[in-house]
Write a protein that binds this ligand. Structure first.
Ligand SMILES: [Zn+2]
Length: 383
């Protein structure tokens, strides 16, 4: 980490990151459940406060855990207080409000329906509640958001397939299908049938390839060749295999990296690997994963990255451009683009000395029906 001084960015680094319009593609809604929300929902639903909350870290008042196993145990215990559509709505709205205040303009959010249907909560309660939270946040903050249904990989393949099938009546509310939870001894190929069905149904596909897992390169290969994903969550270990990197680049498949999460569930944030991939032209993005547990939303992740590496401001912008480019289209983000003529493009064009310019004037944003993604094509870097 040569030249890893925050001074290289000047005194306005925090303002720069705060003001930059941002996209978040890797955040778990159940990972946005703060201790305060757990207490609120437990009280409202006349449930005991989970004993896991008694392990609150005395210093910061946040959750306390020391490895992936203790994290997952805490994570599922706290979710048990989510009971009604109102709970799910408030959880989504609470997270999106926090994101909007960090100038995040588009979010694609994972949710784990099996963590709730296995407790007897109907699928429709979960998805309708989350969707109501998305609508409420859009009304209040004009932040756009989509849902990604995650299959729990450590549950059976049959349960995963059944979950995809139960999503079909709600397909219009769900952008894609993902794969998460404990990767140990659960290669992606176990859920190949559910992913094939999801693709036939028109869903976009992504899957977690967690950091430093056993057989991680084989898991990444399975995601690319068998599941035929559109992007990969984490996946940073691909840096060890130049041939796989070329496949990723050829197919324009992005990686949703989460530095603070990495630093908590492993021993390192994986900054050198993330930067190497970014500089090799991989569509790398920076994200927060489970912000209520890891105590870092998107702003905090970007700030840590900027302070602890030699990443340039141009590369910080590139991370956001990547996020918008590999995000999955939603009608609301197009609407956002029309509502914010000085938004992403205007902000970048106004940054002095960054070599970021517009190939065409931002008035394109006012063209009726212009796709936000078409608009981004005019956002170019000078070389
Ligand atoms: Zn994740």
């Amino acid at each position: 980490m040569a030249n890893a001084s925050p001074a290289k960015h000047g005194d306005d680094l925090e303002a720069f990151i705060q003001d930059m319009p941002k996209g978040e593609l890797h955040v778990h809604l159940e990972g946005c459940l703060t201790p305060e929300l757990v207490r609120t929902f437990a009280e409202r639903n006349n449930l005991d406060i989970p004993s896991a909350l008694s392990t609150l870290d005395q210093s910061g008042g946040g959750y306390a855990f020391n490895d992936l196993t203790s994290f997952l145990s805490l994570y599922y215990a706290c979710q048990s207080i989510l009971q009604t559509a109102e709970d799910f709505q408030e959880l989504a709205f609470d997270y999106l409000s926090r994101a909007a205040k960090q100038n995040v303009v588009h979010v694609e959010m994972f949710f784990d329906p099996q963590a709730h249907t296995s407790r007897g909560i109907p699928f429709s309660t979960v998805v309708s509640g989350y969707h109501a939270g998305i609508q409420q946040a859009y009304q209040q903050y004009k932040i756009s958001a989509s849902l990604i249904l995650c299959i729990l990989r450590d549950e059976s393949a049959g349960y995963g397939m059944a979950t995809v099938l139960s999503s079909l009546p709600h397909k219009h509310l769900i952008a894609g299908i993902g794969l998460d939870s404990d990767e140990r001894d659960h290669p992606p190929i176990e859920h190949a049938a559910a992913f094939a069905r999801a693709r036939r149904e028109g869903y976009q596909l992504t899957a977690h390839c967690d950091i430093d897992q056993q057989n991680t390169l084989e898991h990444i290969r399975q995601c690319l060749e068998v599941l035929k994903v559109d992007r990969i969550d984490h996946g940073t270990n691909i840096v060890e295999d130049p041939a796989l990197i070329e496949v990723l680049k050829a197919r324009n498949i992005g990686l949703t990296c989460c530095p603070i999460s990495n630093s908590i569930v492993t021993t390192t944030a994986k900054f050198p690997e993330i930067l190497q991939l970014l500089r090799q032209g991989v569509k790398v993005t920076c994200n927060s994963d489970d912000p209520a547990y890891f105590r870092g939303y998107l702003f905090e992740n970007l700030l840590k990255l900027a302070k602890e590496t030699d990443i340039t401001r141009k590369e910080l912008i590139l991370l956001q451009r990547n996020a918008f480019e590999i995000s999955w289209k939603s009608t609301s983000i197009v609407h956002w683009g029309k509502q914010h003529p000085d938004g992403v493009v205007g902000w970048c064009g106004a940054q002095p000395g960054l070599g970021v310019s517009l190939a065409s004037p931002p008035t394109l944003l006012r063209v009726p029906r212009a796709s936000f993604f078409d608009i981004l094509k005019v956002w170019q870097f000078q070389t």
